[in-house]
Ligand binder design. Sequence first.
Ligand SMILES: NC(=O)c1ccc[n+]([C@@H]2O[C@H](COP(=O)([O-])OP(=O)(O)OC[C@H]3O[C@@H](n4cnc5c(N)ncnc54)[C@H](O)[C@@H]3O)[C@@H](O)[C@H]2O)c1
Length: 262
Amino acid sequence: MDLHLTGRRAYVTGGAGGIGLAIAAALAAEGAAVAISDHDEVALRAAAATLTGAGHAFVTADLATSWGVAAANAAVEDGFGVPDLLVNNVGRSGNESVGTATDEQWSDSFELNLMCAVRTSRYFVPRMAARTDAAVANVSSDLAKQPESVPVEYGAMKAALLYVTKAMALDYAPGVRVNAVLPGPTWTTLWTRPGGLVDQLAGQYGTDRDGAVRRYLTDRHLPMGIATPGAVASLVVYLLSPMSGFINGSAYDVGGTVRGLL
Ligand SMILES: NC(=O)c1ccc[n+]([C@@H]2O[C@H](COP(=O)([O-])OP(=O)(O)OC[C@H]3O[C@@H](n4cnc5c(N)ncnc54)[C@H](O)[C@@H]3O)[C@@H](O)[C@H]2O)c1
């Protein structure tokens, strides 16, 4: 199926690895030119070198700061151009409850998980509105609709991102459609890095890493297992394409989470 993305210009935040890189690769495979930003310069260079398609650019920046996002926005615009398609992907989970999360942890989560998307969108979306078939995809989380006690500071920001998605969809459609995806557990460094979710679960359950993942899948009723980044990317690419041209302000689960009615 031709998704009509050839020659489109896409910008993906947090594109050096995981879901962001899978989205960038999928867009490039559809013929889009892709810019990616990340704070991990080594991974970013390696990621950019794998991107095929109509050209690519990469920008190193700390997206958890206002000045880092401002620098990334300016660098993308100057070196790549205003995108037609924007993916607010960057994010990082924590491991805290209401009783343990410090002000600093709340603030860190706010800056990266919410304000990067707000700052990037505030800069680009009004500029994108002059284009045809412009679209934004915000990468939220299944936790946004199905709260758990941990990680509260992360889940709360992902819920706020859904609100922002709706607000932007109201403000900018039909020029720019804005939708969100809500990945369930997806196998990336968010899970595998030292101190990541696998280690946290192993500590919580008192088991080894493999046992912790098995128990988590059972406890969370995840019959599909853990998703691949490519599975999330497929949905994002569809939502950015004209094939989803009448979808706006929607949020879609991907990754096998089946709890809840919405
Ligand atoms: N993996 C999951 O199970 C899962 C589930 C639900 C939602 N998500 C969301 O998907 C998105 C992508 O997550 P992922 O699993 O691919 O994570 P990941 O850790 O594999 O990738 C995140 C990328 O963001 C970059 N990054 C982190 N902090 C940064 C900063 N301050 N400045 C610039 N770049 C920074 C990292 O270097 C990395 O390349 C996030 O918004 C995450 O919350 C992931």
